[in-house]
Design a protein around this ligand. Structure first.
Ligand code: PHE
Length: 447
């Protein structure tokens, strides 16, 4: 049965895919992960991972989606029917459900911070006060659960309305506005006292810090940030027309996403060092640093709420793409109604998100899990946001390299990109470089 699955316009696809990529991964996770991993070396390995591993995988996902016109499970099934490859698809669907559950906790916090900012609660605050405010906010259990549910509900509402809808339209305005505000913040941060120390921490690689753990963290950050390894870009790729140029689009998406992450670091680290704060303060970093920066800036009272509003929207365009993976699966494969699918899956991920919501300081058990020591959200981020995405990317690369075969994939890639010359290089990246590196990195980190 040929269902009308909806489709993106050219700019619509790049915006939606960039909207999926740009989110909390860039502005919240990237800076604190750099901080925890000692600075410059992490940034360097991150950039290498984006170019060598993530960009080829991004092209592969879009290509697989456009070729099969399917969600991840459907794509595996269409090319290799009735084989265990399908299980790799199920892993992606499950990963989507789990990422949505914890991601929406932090995304909910950005809404909470928008309200705090607009009601003037950050006027003239200092670093110590900001840390206190975040501690009080993040350990308020009822509020955390409420914001989690609210954020998922908004996501469900948008996804239930189908592909093109409003996101395309307002992304065109909002993305540049976000970029503008980030530039203002950049200027403010770089002109603070001691800013240079922050820049040095951020840019100067300390080779002694090299560990397998750091490499895994950098590689999986690249997958997380570019929304790879769970079929998001396969699903979005399935809405892309044959006349679109996949390599160019993928290049732009990777460029935007990386530029915003790098920019975020240039904002956060000078600010941290000028406040004499700890660069390794973990997942609260952004919430501790940004309000103080705005407090020191003319017009901060307007820009601060605007920043958190735009951040919520950036997070929303990401959660939409995460929810779209399980929804497209049940709509395509199980013939569910889209609206029903979005509501049911949304509800399940709220339930799964509750332990993460309680792990931000509100409930001791979830904030410091016995034996493991880390909080539940951190653990989920590690399992689903790092390991599962890396395994998923490994499956996608090997599937295209060995089951579908790269010749077929290159033919698909060349549609809409007739003068794309790097097919052979891309094939080597997908067949050998990406899978071998992913496997080596994962195994060495386990050892
Ligand atoms: N890329 C998104 C971000 O950086 C998160 C995401 C991960 C979205 C996986 C989809 C799939 O915020």
């Amino acid at each position: 049965m040929a269902k009308d699955r909806g489709s993106f316009s050219k700019i619509g696809f790049i915006l939606a895919a960039a909207g999926s990529a740009v989110g909390l991964g860039n502005l919240w996770k990237f800076p604190y992960t750099v901080g925890e991993n000692g600075g410059g070396l992490f940034v360097l390995i991150y950039l290498l991972s984006v170019i060598i591993i993530a960009l080829p995988v991004l092209m592969a996902e879009i290509c697989l989606g456009r070729h099969t016109q399917k969600n991840l499970v459907g794509a595996y099934e269409k090319i290799k029917p009735k084989t265990p490859w399908k299980l790799a698809g199920y892993l992606g669907v499950l990963t989507g459900l789990m990422i949505l559950s914890f991601y929406s906790v932090i995304a909910g916090s950005t809404i909470g911070y928008f309200f705090k900012a607009i009601t003037g609660q950050f006027t003239n605050i200092t670093g110590t006060q900001a840390i206190e405010i975040y501690r009080g906010f993040s350990s308020n259990n009822i509020l955390q659960i409420f914001l989690l549910a609210l954020f998922i509900f908004i996501t469900v509402y948008v996804v239930s309305r189908g592909v093109s809808g409003g996101i395309e339209k307002y992304s065109k305005i909002l993305m540049p506005v976000l970029f503008g505000i980030l530039t203002l913040l950049l200027i403010r941060s770089l002109t603070l006292k001691n800013a240079a120390k922050g820049v040095e921490f951020y840019l100067k690689p300390d080779l002694k810090a090299l560990t397998p753990g750091l490499i895994v963290a950098a590689m999986s950050q690249a997958f997380f940030s570019l929304s790879l390894g769970m079929g998001t870009m396969v699903t979005y790729g399935s809405y892309v027309a044959k006349k679109e140029n996949i390599p160019t689009s993928a290049g732009w998406i990777a460029f935007f996403d990386t530029a915003i992450a790098i920019l975020a670091g240039f904002i956060i680290f000078p600010a941290i060092f000028s406040q004499g704060m700890d660069p390794a303060q973990g997942s609260g970093t952004m919430f501790n640093v940004i309000p103080v920066l705005f407090a020191k800036m003319p017009g901060g009272i307007i820009f601060c709420p605007l920043f958190f509003l735009l951040l919520s929207i950036a997070a929303l365009t990401s959660t939409i793409s995460v929810l779209e993976v399980p929804v497209a699966f049940v709509v395509d494969e199980k013939n569910w109604d889209r609206k029903k699918a979005a509501y049911i899956i949304g509800f399940i991920s709220i339930l799964f998100g509750i332990p993460s919501a309680l792990s931000q300081g509100g409930v001791k058990f979830f904030s410091h899990l016995p034996l493991i020591g880390m909080g539940f959200l951190e653990l989920w981020l590690l399992i689903w946001g790092s390991i599962a995405l890396s395994i998923g990317a490994f499956f996608i690369a090997t599937f295209i390299g060995y089951a579908w075969k790269t010749n077929g994939a290159i033919r698909e890639l060349k549609q809409g990109a007739e003068n794309f010359k790097l097919g052979a290089v891309w094939a080597v990246a997908i067949k050998y470089v990406a899978p071998i590196l992913i496997l080596l990195i994962l195994i060495s980190s386990i050892l």
